[in-house]
Structure formats: C-alpha cells, structure tokens
Write a protein that binds this ligand. Structure first.
Ligand code: PEP
Ligand code: MG
Length: 332
C-alpha cells in the first residue's frame, strides 16, 4: 500500500480532457494528518471534530481543543481544512455527556444529535467556536455544521461563532483572516430550501452516508440493509444532480463549492458517476485517494457527463452494470 500511495502522491487529479478536479481527504485525529502528505490530497474536506470527544474520558477542555485544531492547521500547511462541529449523539455516544438527559431514543440517528445537541448545549458549541477561531488566527477558518435540517439552525450556529469572533476582537486578539461557513446536506428536507440557504453559504458539503439513510429510510448500520439500496440508484443520483443544479441557480454569482464527503465518493464506480453528475470536489477516506486519483486520470470528464445526462433522463435497468461496462470498455 505504501508503494501505491507513493506512486500517486505527486500526480495531480487531472482528467484526460484536462479538467483539474479537487480531491480532499476525511480525517478526525491528529495522527490522520500524516496521511495528507502520504496521499498528496488537496486538503481536508471533512475534519470530524467529535473524534477528540469520543476518545477522551472527559469533555476536552478548551485549551486541548485549541491545541488540536492548531496542530491540524499547522500540519496542513497551505492546504485547506474544513472543520465540522461536533456530531455527537446517534451512534456516537459520549459516556460523560448525558446529551440526551438520559432519555432513551427509539431512533438515535434521527434523534438528539449533531447540531441539535450543539444548539441546546450552547457551552459546547461556544467552546468549539472559541477554540477554532483562536487556532485559525491569521488564516482562513472553514467551518461547517452537521445535520442542518432547517435554515434557522445554520443561522443560529453561525451566530454563536460570530459572537465569539466579536468577543475576541474586543480582546484585541489576532483573528482569522476570514471565516467561511458551510452546511452539510445530509437531511433531505434541506434540499427543498436551497434558495434560502445557498445565498448564506460559502460551501455545501453533501454527507451521502446519512443522506442515503434518510432518502431510503434505511438505517446505515443495519447489516441486512447494507447491500440493499445502491448508491448508484437513479433516486440518489437524480437527487444529487438537483442539488448541484440548485446551488448553481442560487449562488448569485458567488463561488459556492459543493463537495461530496460521504463514503460514496471513495468508491470507483460511484466516483465516476459523481463526476458524471458534475461534481468536481470529492472528500474521501485516505486509502481511496490514490485509487480515485488514478480513476480521474483515466477518464474523459466531458464524455462521462454526456453519458450520465442521458442515463439520468432515461436510466438503464441496472445503473451499476452500465457504469461497469462503460469503465471496462475504456480500461478505466
Ligand atoms: C455522512 O453522513 O455522509 C458524513 C460524511 O458524516 P458521518 O459519516 O460522520 O455521519
Ligand atoms: Mg453524517
């Protein structure tokens, strides 16, 4: 595997027809940062800040959070890092934080988790905001909120950051050069209000793990359902296509990046389909960076976009088989 990483590390994700795509990696621990250099990824598209909380025996003090974020930014150098605020709850339970007031939940994935917890436990979000802003002094801070379901939740979370920023400004602290705010699209309802959300965003990141679970009403951790619904089904692909189109419609001439950060983007045929939908930014598990880079270097983006346009209008009976044939016929 080391050799495979090394061979691809210094090559760019440029397609045969000359399109430079953006290939980022997902991370969550300090140790993951070594993989940024090993893989040659363009940056960290998703830093899961809850990992520090999950591996701690107690709630991490603000100074510890700041140190981690500073270390992460330093090891990223000039490459961008997108920090996601804590996604606690659901399957990620903290023994030391009774986030749910001891209530048992019938459906934890759809329960008291992520931004829902963070907006109620404001101390948690405040301390994260302060830590992130301090750690990013003199740099651009990219922050995104998980499980945004309605636009006001994005506004409220941003407001917590802006209040901390104002406080640190009054303290005459060195501030970030800019804060770029983004939302994760993992709850289907958010896709229906992109006209209201997109004008407020610097970027949108699509979490296909949760999104698929909610689109198909199929628990992402259920062993019997793991293979049942395909990421390459027309329902998902059409949904994603519509999101890309709507972001473009409502971005009002500004740049609003759209990135896929779920596991889907790290798989060969799925990455091919996503690029065919018009997606040009993927944030994937580090082990997939080399293989997906190799894939990008072997495809013609213009051609797969034309093919996917036809296939979405009139889906082949088996989209996976059709994509596999397409890939095999071209030695992809
Ligand atoms: C997702 O839901 O696709 C995602 C990237 O977030 P997580 O897997 O951490 O829930
Ligand atoms: Mg998620």
């Amino acid at each position: 595997r080391q050799a495979a990483y090394a061979a691809m590390r210094d090559l760019e994700p440029v397609s045969r027809d000359g399109q430079r795509l953006t290939l980022l990696m997902n991370a969550g621990l300090r140790d993951d940062m070594a993989l940024l250099k090993m893989t040659g990824a363009d940056g960290i598209g998703l830093f899961r800040t809850e990992f520090q909380f999950l591996v701690s025996a107690t709630l991490p003090a603000r100074e510890r959070q700041t140190r981690l974020y500073r270390d992460v930014l330093e090891s990223a150098g000039s490459k961008p890092v997108v920090f996601r605020t804590v996604d606690i709850g659901g399957d990620k339970v903290l023994p030391y934080l009774r986030h749910n007031d001891g209530e048992s939940e019938e459906n934890p994935a759809m329960g008291w988790r992520a931004l829902r917890v963070a907006l109620e436990r404001e101390g948690l979000l405040k301390s994260q905001a302060r830590s992130l802003i301090e750690a990013a002094a003199g740099r651009v801070l990219n922050v995104m909120f998980p499980m945004v379901s309605e636009v006001w939740e994005f506004d409220a979370a941003k407001e917590v950051f802006e209040a901390q920023l104002a406080y640190l400004r009054r303290q005459k602290k060195v501030l970030p050069e800019a804060i770029r705010y983004g939302a994760m699209l993992e709850v289907p309802a958010l896709a229906e209000v992109l006209d209201q959300l997109v004008p407020k965003l610097s970027f949108l990141s699509i979490g296909t793990n949760d999104l698929t679970q909610f689109l198909f009403a199929a628990d992402r951790a259920h062993p019997k359902l793991a293979e049942r619904y395909d990421w390459l089904s027309p329902a998902i692909l059409r949904f994603l296509k519509r999101v890309i189109r709507d972001v473009d419609t409502y971005r009002e001439g500004r740049q609003v990046d759209v990135t896929i950060c779920g596991e889907m983007g790290g798989r060969r045929l799925e990455a091919l389909a996503l690029i065919g939908l018009g997606m040009s930014r993927l944030s994937i598990t580090p082990a997939a960076v080399g293989p997906v880079k190799a894939l990008i270097r072997s495809i013609d983006v213009g051609e797969i976009r034309d093919v996917m346009r036809e296939w979405l209008a009139c889906p082949p009976p088996d989209m996976r088989a059709a994509l596999l044939d397409y890939a095999n016929a071209r030695g992809i």
